[in-house]
Design a protein around this ligand. Sequence first.
Ligand SMILES: NC(=O)c1ccc[n+]([C@@H]2O[C@H](COP(=O)([O-])OP(=O)(O)OC[C@H]3O[C@@H](n4cnc5c(N)ncnc54)[C@H](OP(=O)(O)O)[C@@H]3O)[C@@H](O)[C@H]2O)c1
Length: 439
Amino acid sequence: MDQAKPASKQQMLHILVTGANSGLGFSICCRLADEFLSSHPESESLTIVFTTRSARKAQDTIRRLEAHLQSTSPSASAAARVHFVSETVDLGDLRSVRALSRKLVHTLPRLDSIVLNAGLGGWSGISWIRAIWDVCTDLLHAVTWPAYKLAPVGVLTDKQTKTEEEPALGAVFCANVFGHYMLAHNVAPLLKRARTNGPGRVVWVSSIEATWKFFDIDDIQGLRTDAPYESSKALTDLLALTSNLPCTAPWAIDSFLQSETELDTHAIHTDAPDVNPLMYVSHPGICATSIVPLILPLTWAMIAIFWTARLLGSPWHPLSTYLGACAPVFLALASQADLEAAEEPYRRAGGGRAKWGSSCGRLGNESAVSTEVDGWGHGGVVGTPVVEADRLRRRKRGAEDLTKENRVQFEELGRQCWKQMEELRLQWDEILDQAEARS
Ligand SMILES: NC(=O)c1ccc[n+]([C@@H]2O[C@H](COP(=O)([O-])OP(=O)(O)OC[C@H]3O[C@@H](n4cnc5c(N)ncnc54)[C@H](OP(=O)(O)O)[C@@H]3O)[C@@H](O)[C@H]2O)c1
């Protein structure tokens, strides 16, 4: 691990970003640095701990991040207020997640936010006939909520331990949700020490495509579906949007936020771990990245089609990952007062958490806005959306205003998800403990 430069008498924010070597993760780091320098006083500095999957990717990423910082920061002294620290983790390998968690807990004084960005599509291809037909006949819908990606069913991670018998662990589920979930649980003691921007924050990166129609509570790992990515993102939404409700508290607060590593207090930890972190969910809109691997001519065709969608009025095509980073960075960096002000209209109308997406106008003017979620509407508010901009924004075809019944169903689904996720975490923690004891 590269050592963070000491910052005497400075308040230092610590933000962790996973999957930072490419696409959105890299831009989140860049944007965090830029927005921090333009919005935070000189008495504060920022350490961005970013993860990749190899030392080579880490080296390359830190070089590009430093180059970005030099080119955008107003002065050398401003640039000196931002520090990059690289770590490695494979979220599909729970031992690797444990190793990173331990290292962070032993070396960082606190974490103000963690941005759970790394993600695996897991697709095997595209149904080209369907894609061409949909794009030609229904462009905006087809490139926002595509129905032509193909994925194999039941793909598992490699074995996690040397134990003969091991429960199945879905590859996409583990990379997108469970690995992050274990990481967030393990670093909860650091998040509980956050002070500078208010309580610590767990910021998930979901997708506009996520909807509970892709999700089956009897298959939370998405092992029986041919849409494991969409299922994993729907689960992400369910966990984050219900994380602060009384019905999920026995798991989301009383269990998930209690970590054994709390007992492991070090000289580096000067604050008491006494403020529970909060959970938020974001998505980047649609950006041109390699998450769907395409050959170069098709990548250019994809970018041209995304541009067309934006020109035709899609609010969800930032294309650039820097613009797509807008919502996750807002959630990770904004003051608690600004976050609460953004959520206030929903809370006042009986709702709660909103799903914050990076929206973009024709001219590339981006903003973090609430995204309509099946079963949760805008911010969980029953009936007509309370924020005018939400009412005016182009909707998914067939979207209906949230009903009381759907909201009750969503909350119940969230409760069951939290319960199952905590059971799975406890089961896997025991398996990993036993494997460690044997080795
Ligand atoms: N692009 C979009 O339009 C879009 C839309 C909605 C949501 N998102 C979400 O945005 C996030 C970033 O996606 P992206 O578009 O930037 O894709 P990307 O360029 O493919 O980046 C994905 C990142 O996740 C890392 N990663 C994948 N599997 C991992 C694992 N098992 N362990 C650790 N790291 C892993 C990758 O590392 P390697 O390079 O080592 O593989 C890479 O750094 C994802 O959560 C994705 O679902 C993207």
